[in-house]
Write a protein that binds this ligand. Sequence first.
Ligand code: 2HA
Ligand code: ZN
Length: 286
Amino acid sequence: MCRRNIYINDTKNVRKQMESILNNRPALAAEVEKVAETAGYLWQKGWAERNGGNITINITGYVDDAIRQMPPISDVMPIGVTLPNLRGCYFFCKGTNRRMRDLARRPMDNGSVIRILDDCASYVIIADNPVRPTSELPSHLSVHNYLLSIGSPYRASLHTHPIALVAMSHSRRFLEKDVATNLLWSMIPETKAFCPRGLGVVPYKLPGSVELAEATISELSDYDVVMWEKHGVFAVDTDIMAAFDQVDVLNKSALIYIAAKNMGFEPDGMSREQMREISEAFHLPK
Ligand code: 2HA
Ligand code: ZN
């Protein structure tokens, strides 16, 4: 490439950076940076093959008047469902068919900011680029709508394919209520402390379907992380890093379980008494 082209590309990049919605908005930029950092971890862990997984965060709390005035850079697009609590809300969403490993390096080229319109059933993209949001948008937004309806402080949702947890979901035993939760909690004290509501289970359903979204929301009333049988997990928390951490501690426990099995024995697990002690010491809900 000749010097002149390098100069032109550099100028374009500089102009693009200059125009980003993240400029002079350090709090909003920090949330998007957390998304990028998390996307990198998902790739490094092998939980995000190809375009696997999705991230959406509710950024309405970081929106100022200038953002509210920003013109759309897309057509009006239907969500597919009506979500009454999302009127005037803003989300940063991973783009459809985009890779986590690309989102990690260039979040604003592989995700976009959307505004939910007053009909609560459609949206427009407002920044930085017209990257169409994830195919799982209806289910992610339905979850955010549910979180707002119960007054939850949670603003992030994560779907990913953690290998050890997905492997466990292939055994019928681990799909029974709280069997996987109790086993994973008993592998190492931290797992109960940092994933205190445990792991819900949704029997296999078509990815992207309304049924999957509804079953997930139903489990979220009792759990922050839900296993989708033979597919992945869905997690919610205050920010995307916290949602990732909950999945990470569960997967760590699953890896300890596998390590013990590979050494040729069924791990004893912490006793019920030891787990009760953890709940008391950390004031846990279960
Ligand atoms: O969007 O993982 O389940 C990528 C997925 C869908
Ligand atoms: Zn998936």
